[in-house]
Write a protein that binds this ligand. Sequence first.
Ligand SMILES: C[S@@+](CC[C@H](N)C(=O)[O-])C[C@H]1O[C@@H](n2cnc3c(N)ncnc32)[C@H](O)[C@@H]1O
Length: 293
Amino acid sequence: MRPQPRNQAPLNTAIAPCARRRALLASLALGALPLSAFAQSAPAPVFGTPGKDAGWIPTPAPMVEGMLRMAGVSRDDLVVDLGSGDGRIPIFAAKAFGARGLGIELNRDLVAYSVETAKKEGVADRATFVNGDIFEVDFSQGSVISLFMPPQVNARLLPKILAMRPGTRIVSYVFAMEDWEPDDWVFFDNVQGMLWVVPARFEGSWRIQTEGPNPDQYEVTLTQRYQKINGHFLYGNTRLPLFDANVLADRLRFTLVVGERRFDFIGNHKGAALEGTLHVTGESLRRWSATRL
Ligand SMILES: C[S@@+](CC[C@H](N)C(=O)[O-])C[C@H]1O[C@@H](n2cnc3c(N)ncnc32)[C@H](O)[C@@H]1O
């Protein structure tokens, strides 16, 4: 039987009241999800069932698809849903994208329902579920993490998420990750789903060595807040600001402007060093490397 929304059910206060109406709309969209209507022995999920850090309110099906598409999910991914509810996100990731899905969920009935649904949908080998607490179960192997949790839960998870492998994609329905600006957005019914890509760390001072016919040395100092980079360059004795500086996954880019010439640096980590390419206005591409000062 398809889970029925019961808007009179008590909502966990951890979900903001303004999310309640959206969540009700969300639950009405359930019918669009291809996980529908089976005779299942596990009890059908009840909309608004209270939970430890949030109650069960499902992400609407179009948003599940939109967020997983935005994250570029493929068969190479392990999609982990933190607080997986009726299992729709790991199951959809497995069915639609051939990915592996893992749901972590504290409510035993929801886990039982998810396991049965995964079997009925023919993806039990790729969509699995752990009955546990998201603050205790290790999810560090995930390459895509999905969340529909209140902001304070996202905030508690943030240090663990930022320590994940650079390039790990995080998607969250409705709620932000503290002051971390999303890399992308998707909307359904004027409600947002957001994407963040875990950035590699580049902050510190580096000595850059360029190759080519006129090899050069510079010093650059970088400060970093999430994917945003600030800093300056020491070019001889001159201190110059960086432009267009940012990180996407494990890739760093920044630009230096000297007179009418742009120096566009792109690079990434190679062990303890950095390596990359430099394009200077009017010159051919050259390579650069950097070591920490
Ligand atoms: C808002 S629902 C989201 C369900 C699903 N992720 C989705 O988007 O459809 C939150 C879910 O997290 C579960 N939950 C709450 N606190 C949890 C915790 N500490 N560990 C694991 N699951 C938790 C609830 O039981 C509920 O199913």
